[in-house]
Design a protein around this ligand. Sequence first.
Ligand code: ZN
Length: 511
Amino acid sequence: MPLRLYNTLTNKKEEIRPVIPGLFRMYNCGPTVYSRPHIGNYSSYVFADTIRRYLEYKGYEVKQVMNITDVGHLTVSDDTAYDLTRGEDKMEKQAKKEKKDPSEISKFYTKQFIEDEKALNIKLPHFLPKATKHIRQMQEIIQVLLDRGFAYEVSGNIYYDVTKFADYGKLSGNTLDKLKEGAGGRISDKIQREKRNHHDFSLWISDESHIMKWPSPWSDKKGYPGWHIECTAMSLKYLTDAFKGGKFNPKNFETIDIHTGGEDNIFPHHEDEIAQTEGATGKKFVNFWVHRKHLLVDGKKMSKSKGNFYTVPDLSKKGYEPLVFRLSVISNHYRENANLSFKALDQAKRNLEKTREFIYKLDNLPKNDIINIGFDFLEHKTWDFEDCMDDDLNTPGAVKVVYKFIKEVNKVIDKGGKIKGGVKIKVSEIKDLFKKFLEVLGLEVLFKEKKKKLEGVSEVEIEKLIKERDEARKNKDFEKADEIRKELLKKNIKLRDTRKETEWKIVDSSF
Ligand SMILES: [Zn+2]
């Protein structure tokens, strides 16, 4: 079955097919590197990574680009969200605060970003281009927009005239008619007066007082680009032929397959990206727009003032390794708010531990071992898993399939690999399929980790020592029993005595 995704552009689930057969070209809006990205940002990046992983599982090649916003853009309050020329520039603010050059700030936080991505086992995009390295490309697109009448210049500033783009609002539903109702007031500063229409947005701002500034063809004063234009420039450069030969040629542009972001990117950012790109090329920008809903913490939007603001290292300090966060995020559908709570994280932690123990168990069965399991077990599990993923990337469903898989195989192994009426299959086949599922979910690293962690100890040895300990306890030789417990703990094996038997589990002191 083909993958169906919910397309924000059409407001429905649609079969996703690439423009170029066999290859998906995907762009993800990336971080602004003036501070360490928070876990809300990473819920979006995990989502994009899951799309890539599943398309790769289905045999497609994926070319993925994520931008690094390292030029300050102005953040704005909600009521002026369409206007990037108000508010504060967080990049510049941070640079001043740390008494550093903005490029040092962005280098530092880009490094942290990549550290977090790796810790979350997010595959690094094929290209991670920086906005500051693409000023020329942005200017070339802006010039085409001026030439084609979509943009205008007022005292060195360039604005996009939203009334010239008939499709404005097609992504977010914020058409100009609707926007007009909400307009009014607040046209106080110079820039608002300069604009022809209230909702026109900046493509280039000439401002010598800005720390990061570049010469432009439109003013003697240096300036800097608006935020939206960087994503147009970098997606076109790395995913299409529009800059082939070094110069922008709109004729060489071909529609991009997928563009992702958080739901807060829909308006104005993505709406404006569409206006710019389609204005400049005359062609459809992107076929599939997919957005991840906000991550909530304890049911609330994350904010520093509410005290529910976390980064990946913050969670690690609280005892939740990065993969626990990843599992917790994908245990929610991307079109619902992932509600993170310590209860949810604890659940994900238990599930991750269960996965580790299962892999350990599989690893310790003889390679060519054969067990008796339900009829068509592998086929059924593959269908169940793919049914979930194909249906709008239903990761919570796929996670459930994985835990049912563990439960069923565990049951058979615990019975010595024999059940009535089943069929014989090799343990290695079970292991291969399980690994494939974990690869889609981004948890396949657990396979590598296990081997490292349990060097020099086998299940048979553990069971033997547990039996010896049971014997010692029966004979009231508690000293010997305790010695064995400690010996196992040194090998990362923790024991738990239940009424029926002694259970053991692998612990990792590094978490
Ligand atoms: Zn973007």
